[in-house]
Structure formats: C-alpha cells, structure tokens
Design a protein around this ligand. Structure first.
Ligand code: ATP
Ligand code: MG
Length: 451
C-alpha cells in the first residue's frame, strides 16, 4: 500500500476522552472512530488488524477440529423465552420490535440460536462430537462502555459451542478449547493466563477466563508467577488425543491463578511468597462447560447407543476479538506509539523515502516495494512529499515492527537502513539484504493477501 493512496487519518493531538493508552493510540493512529457511545467504525488500519486476529482465530479453531459457520446478529425473542433467559438477561440486552410487533433482540451471545440449529438437524449420537463456532458482532448495552473497543457495546466475538454425548466427551471439548485458545493468544504475541473464574449468567460449573496482564485491566487477578513461564511454542498438539489435551490443561491449571471472584486467600498464601502475584488483567476469552443447562429446556437430545433419548452435554467458548486489538496495544506500546507483534501487524514493514522526487530514491523504494510484495509481504510505503521527521513519527505511531529508510546518501553507498520498532536498533545493509532479512523474520508467519 502507498500511503498517498491510503486512508490513515492520524491525529496530532491526544484525544481528551481516552483514558488508557490503547484507546488513545487507536484514535491517534486512525484505527477507529467512535460512531456513538461504545460503537465504533473500524477505519482501514484498525480493520486490517481486526481481520488478522479473526484469521488467526479461524485457523486455530479449524486446527482444533471445530466447524466455522455464521449466525445472524438479530434474533427472535421466542428462543430466549424457551431457555428462560429473555427476562434474566436484563438491561444489557438490546430489545427491538419489528413492524409486526414481534420481539427481537440483538444477540449478546448465541447459546439459544445454536441449540435450536442443533435440535433441528441432529438426532443421533453418531453425529457427535460436534463443535460449531462463528465470529460475529454482538451487542451488550453495557452500563459503562469505556476504554474504546475494550468495553464496547457492539463488539466482535468468536463464540463456539460443543455438543457431546457425555460429560467426559464435553470435558475433552473444554480442554481442546483451552489448548486452542492458548495457541491463539501466543500467535498474537500475547500471554493470556487461564484463571478459574465465576460463570455468571451463562451458567455452569467449569469455567476459565483468559487474562492478559495489564495495569489498566478491569479484573483483579492473583497467580503463581510460575504460570508465566509456560509456553506452547512449537509443540504439535493432537487435538483428538484426550490425554495430550488433558496434560496441557493440567500444566496450565496446576499453578494457582484466579480472578477476584474465585480467589482463595488460603490457597494463595500456600504459594512461596516470592512467587505470589496480585495484578490487574484484561479478560480476552472465557470457556464454559455447562452440561445440559440449555439442551434440557430446549429439547436438544440425541438417541444414544442404547436407543434412549438423552440431552446433549454442551459448553460455550468465547474470544473477544475486537477487545484483543486493544489488549495487544496495552501489552505492547511505548510513548511514541503502538508496537505490533509480527503475527498481527497490519503491514509487515514501512518504507520511508527520505527524499520523495529524487529519481534514485524513488526507484529504490519502488524496487523494495516490488520485492517485498513478490514475497507475499505487505509493505506500507510512505511516498508522501513530507519531512522525514513527520514520516518517522507516523511510522512509530502506527507501530509497524520494521521500517526501511531509503535516502540519497545511503544509496550512494549502496545501503538502506532497517530499523526495529521494538528495540529502535538500526542496521545499514544493501536493499536485497534488507528484503532477505524480512523474509526470514516473517518465515514462520501466515501471510495474507492485502485487503
Ligand atoms: P466482561 O466480564 O468483560 O463483561 P463477559 O465475561 O461478560 O465479559 P463473555 O460472555 O465471557 O464476556 O464473552 C467472551 C469475551 O468477549 C470476553 O472474554 C471478552 O473478551 C469479550 N467481551 C465481552 N464483553 C465485551 C465488551 N463489552 N466489549 C468488548 N469485548 C467484550
Ligand atoms: Mg467472560
């Protein structure tokens, strides 16, 4: 992408309404614009990051054996009356009446809708196990929408639902979700710690929230620092293997880690003192096993091997995709702007032309642009006729992990400059070597065609 043809409305001033870094930086970097309280337009740069996160979520869900689909945002109230949640959900639910006077709602979650789909089409245990998921906009009329996309009213969420014959099968689905979530967050350059949590209005016994540590997080969390040493890394996981998934879950759930809702002072104090941590965290996902809570009242049953009809065991599992954009920025920024992890960056590298209009500099930038693009990388080329200082400030603000600076002086010596946004370190090297280095850096990442 050439910046002269892009839409990147960066702000010079710090917006006064933003209280936390991620909100400020998303506004300043031209990623979002508030439409009304808790509802945002995703401008091109923000949209690109959102799509990257969505892709990672899809890839990891499909890898775990879960099946993607798409359900609507608007739902009929009737299904929610069947489950008993139409009244329970309260003021957070946006209720709408259509022209025929029918009660509708903008879905805050989809247990009812998916259970209805399931009961309409599945009747035998032979069709199980089944996990369906979608990534779709949700609406919750939050009392205090704030912190930009972190607590919006309209937000983008992955929600998945497992259907199993027995509790044991459903617990395997629970474990599979935990492992696939750990991998998802790692690919986004984040450490999200699973913590035993409270189930709230979704209901159920087994539930974990995934929290990213950040001072601005809304949850109070308590954990054993040993858990922050854990990493999935390059491990290849067989999601069909119960033992393998269970072992990973055990690894991550053995060290103490809980939110304030389930915190147990005695257990916490049993951890060696130098490993006790009490911090704040951002909830970026949650998994639940809730058994037959919805299948029973809604009649989602299957015929078991013995011919008897039994309600299926279910769970639901969510990832806050739009909130993650903010959470990643909270975890990765400095006073100049955002620092994107390579796995989610909207563009792989910025190209800064120090002397736009200089034939040699222009040609070198074009050649770099072409070589990077040919490798499947997406460069953002600042081809505007602007001062170098302004170009650097924009690149730092929008946080691309790598910048190639091209100027007549360097070119005389046959070199360009490659700079890391994270460390600020630069090295001079021939243009082809800079391209080669970026190819290596991004070798392990899935590249996507430009949006
Ligand atoms: P919270 O406790 O933050 O209100 P929740 O527990 O009600 O969230 P879930 O039903 O578990 O939310 O939804 C799954 C995920 O969706 C959450 O882990 C969170 O990352 C995200 N999410 C929930 N509410 C919002 C919101 N208002 N804005 C943005 N993301 C949200
Ligand atoms: Mg939750």
């Amino acid at each position: 992408m050439r910046l002269s043809r892009y839409f990147l409305p960066v702000l010079k001033e710090t917006p006064s309404e933003a209280q936390i870094a991620s909100h400020r930086l998303m506004l300043r970097a031209g990623m979002i614009k508030q439409a009304t309280a808790g509802i945002y337009s995703w401008l091109p740069l923000g949209f690109k990051v959102l799509r990257k996160l969505e892709n990672i979520v899809h890839e990891e869900q499909v890898r775990a054996g879960h099946v993607p689909m798409l359900m609507p945002t608007l739902q009929s109230a009737d299904l929610w009356r069947e489950s008993g949640r139409y009244d329970d959900y309260g003021a957070e639910m946006l209720r709408i009446t259509d022209r025929h006077g029918r009660d509708m709602l903008y879905g805050p979650t989809n247990e009812e809708l998916i259970t209805d789909i399931f009961r309409s089409h599945v009747g035998s245990y032979k069709d199980l196990p089944l996990t369906l998921y979608h990534i779709q906009w949700k609406f919750r009329d939050e009392v205090r929408p704030r912190f930009g996309v972190m607590r919006g009213r309209e937000f983008f969420m992955k929600d998945g639902y497992n259907f199993d014959l027995t509790k044991e099968d459903a617990l395997h689905a629970y474990n599979r979700h935990m492992v696939s979530y750990l991998r998802t967050y790692e690919r986004m350059g984040l450490q999200a710690i699973p913590m035993r949590a409270d189930s709230g209005p979704i209901g159920g016994d087994d539930t974990h929230e995934f929290l990213v540590l950040a001072e601005t997080g809304e949850s109070e969390v308590f954990y054993d620092s040993a858990i922050t040493d854990l990493k999935l890394g390059e491990r290849v996981v067989d999601y069909d293997s119960r033992a393998e998934c269970e072992a990973i879950v055990k690894e991550w759930t053995t060290p103490y880690a809980r939110t304030d809702e389930t915190h147990d002072e005695a257990k916490f104090n049993a951890i060696p003192e130098d490993r006790r941590r009490s911090r704040r965290g951002i909830e970026v996902g949650q998994i639940f096993y809730f058994g037959t809570k919805y299948s029973e009242p809604m009649g989602a049953t299957v015929q078991g091997p013995d011919g008897k009809s039994v309600p299926v065991h279910m769970g639901s599992h969510g990832i806050g995709v739009s909130r993650l954009v903010g959470a990643i920025i909270e975890a990765s920024h400095d006073d100049k702007g955002i620092i994107w992890p390579e796995g989610v960056t909207p563009f792989h590298a910025g190209i800064v032309n120090l002397k736009q209009g200089d034939a040699e500099a222009d040609a070198a930038c074009e050649a770099l642009y072409a070589s990077l693009t040919a490798l499947g990388l997406e460069p953002l080329y600042d081809d505007r006729d602007e001062r170098a200082g302004g170009k650097f400030a924009t690149m730092d603000l929008i946080g691309l992990p790598w910048r190639i600076t091209v100027g007549p002086r360097g070119l005389k010596n046959g070199v360009v400059e490659l700079t890391s946004r994270r460390t600020g370190e630069s090295e001079e090297l021939p243009p082809e070597a800079a391209v080669e280095k970026l190819a290596q850096i991004y070798a392990g990442h899935v590249l996507r065609p430009a949006l």
